[in-house]
Ligand binder design. Structure first.
Ligand code: URA
Ligand code: CA
Length: 441
């Protein structure tokens, strides 16, 4: 088999066989096929696309390129959640505890990664002493006894995807439906989940800017999951503005604590109840989504959710007092309000720019070596549809450096679009996708 022929075949719009897909994935992983040939193939796939069978084969080949995690020693159905990314997404910190409190095992492997803010692990490290380092035996024991553990990604999961994603990133071939779907699903499948709930974002802060392509991406991923025997549900949700109010590590942890206490932002709470109820249904802890939602609301109301977070923090070496006294989290030296220069209704809040405003303060990593400042970030006070008076605060900046604060402030003021006419609030949940089809709300 020759790489040249595979490239030409796809360039001409033909379907690749399972053997051809396995050949290039394994050859590329081993370093036997050079970047330039794989780049050409990615560009051919970008233009000519892949069908469902090719996409499923690509996913399987990437899963088989590395290790897979065996979670069979954990009792019950392991349901994982994946979000396609966005700004200020704090859901894992809330979903983990409430789903675990409902009795479904949460065996979460999280990453650090690059981005506007840190990953789930960075956020959890805001609790003094918290660590994700533990032997596999302890991880499994914690999930069996406490129903929740959060570990670092140590195994060599889907290395083919790591190489391909990095290559796509620099060759303008990221935003192809089949390539995104197989990339995300290969990692979820390799990490051992029995069932998967996908939060597919749509809007200005998401990969997919329009709703139709977001539903198509969700369907593509649900079909892959179904094809490999993992029950999968996709929920398409709004990312035209940041989720919740807080963007920044400790700030988001505090927001998660508020939400677990029943006092969180409406959109964040609603998203967690929606995703959590699908997780409970797939995990067979509720008969249907309505029943699951009632269970989760009761878990928040009774305080079982916040107790579960306390238990998780303590089990992994963190100081659980922070949960009851959030003023213990490290505080930044500068706290400043940003006020609106005009009066009107908020029409848009460019999510990517708000992410950037947090990044320039030091909340995220620009390179793998960057140090994160856990204390800094932005807390919004106005969301799309809200009325703002001239001189009223639209956001608070938490900073440790005057120059960075100034740059961040400029970005935030530009990110807000304020107009005279009344604007309707955004619909958060756009619809759900199952193996049986698409339901738009
Ligand atoms: N996230 C991934 O992991 N892969 C993609 O291709 C896009 C987003
Ligand atoms: Ca948030």
């Amino acid at each position: 088999m020759r790489m040249y022929d595979i490239i030409m075949k796809k360039r001409n719009g033909e379907e690749l066989t399972t053997e051809e897909i396995n050949f290039f994935v394994s050859g590329y992983t081993k370093g036997e096929i050079p970047d330039y040939q794989v780049s050409a193939l990615m560009m051919a796939i970008y233009f000519q696309k892949m069908n469902k069978r090719e996409t499923a084969d690509l996913t399987k080949a990437m899963v088989d390129s590395g290790e897979t995690i065996d979670l069979s020693l954990i009792e019950g159905i392991k349901v994982d959640k994946h979000s396609t990314g966005g700004v200020g997404d704090t859901t894992t910190l809330i979903l983990g505890p409430i789903v675990a409190a409902a009795g479904a095992p949460v065996a979460k492997m999280s990453g650090r990664g690059l981005g506007h803010t840190g990953g789930t692990i960075d956020k959890l490290e805001s609790f003094d002493g918290f660590s994700v380092e533990m032997p596999v035996e302890k991880f499994i024991k914690n999930v069996n006894e406490k129903k929740i553990a959060i570990g670092g990604q140590t195994a060599n999961l889907a290395p083919a995807d790591k190489k391909l994603y990095a290559l796509r990133d620099v060759t303008a071939t990221v935003d192809n439906m089949s390539l995104i779907a197989s990339s995300i699903m290969s990692k979820k499948i390799a990490s051992g989940a029995d069932a998967i709930v996908l939060d597919v974002k749509t809007g200005s802060g998401a990969f997919m800017k329009d709703e139709d392509s977001s539903f198509e991406l969700a369907k593509e991923m649900v079909d892959i999951g179904t094809h490999v025997g993992r029950n999968t549900i996709g929920v398409v949700t709004d990312m035209d503005q940041p989720l919740g109010f807080a963007i920044g590590n400790a700030l988001e942890v505090k927001e998660a604590i508020d939400t677990l206490n029943g006092e969180g932002p409406e959109d964040l709470t609603e998203l967690c109840l929606t995703l959590g109820s699908h997780m409970l249904v797939l995990g067979k802890k509720a008969k249907n989504a309505e029943e699951a939602r009632e269970i989760l609301k009761e878990i928040i109301r009774s305080g079982e959710g916040i107790s579960k977070l306390r238990e998780l923090v303590e089990a992994q070496g963190g100081n659980p007092e922070f949960v009851d006294n959030p003023s213990l989290f490290t505080n930044p030296s500068i706290v400043e309000e940003i006020v609106s220069p005009i009066e009107g209704y908020v029409k848009e809040i460019k999510a990517d720019d708000i992410g950037l405003a947090a990044l320039v303060l030091g909340a995220g990593r620009e390179t793998k070596e960057s140090e994160i400042d856990l204390s800094v970030g932005v807390v919004l006070h106005k969301k799309i549809g809200d009325f703002v008076k001239k001189g009223e605060s639209i956001a608070t900046i938490y900073a440790n450096n005057e120059d960075k604060k100034k740059s961040s402030e400029e970005i935030i003021l530009k990110a807000y679009g304020i107009v005279d006419e009344k604007i309707k609030p955004k619909q958060l949940i756009k619809g759900i996708v199952t193996k049986d089809g698409i339901k738009k709300f």
